[in-house]
Design a protein. Sequence first.
Length: 196
Amino acid sequence: MSRIALFASGSGSNFQVIAEAIQRGDISADIAILVCDQPDAYVIKRAEQLQIPVFSFRAKDYSSKVEFETKIVDKLREAGVDFIFLAGYMRLIGETLLRAYGGKIVNIHPSLLPAFPGKDAIGQAFNARVKITGVTVHFVDEGMDTGPIIDQESVRVAEDETRESLQEKIQKIEHTLYPRVIKNLLTKAVVEGTKK
């Protein structure tokens, strides 16, 4: 069974959905650790309620990204982590984590990449008045939302759409797409592992 780390910075709605899918047996995995860069984020409460270990930190307490990512890698190795899934983690992954877990870090982004990378993708799409936006799950590389795309799902932007209603639609898609992609990736990893 794969041991996964979830990285989050905020309320943790994707974290919750993934944890519940694992509890139901839909995804065969253990959440070994939550990594959070905001020690007062609500996602930490969610993890504590589920008795999932947490490593939280403040970037400003470290002299560099290399220093805090080295600490994260140590924590992940101690926990026996195989894969990292970013679930609303608002930091660009640096080369220290990429070197340790290259090809095993996955992110979910609330747009149809390559359109609207970076922060506030929902707001970007809404302000651009596009007719269609959506959600992308992709592997993480050194760029901002530039890694190879694993799966995407689109959502139509209604004429009378508000930013809030669009956010709700996007979150609904995230909450079905991400667990499905995680399940498929981990199943494939197990199959490939047994072939070796």
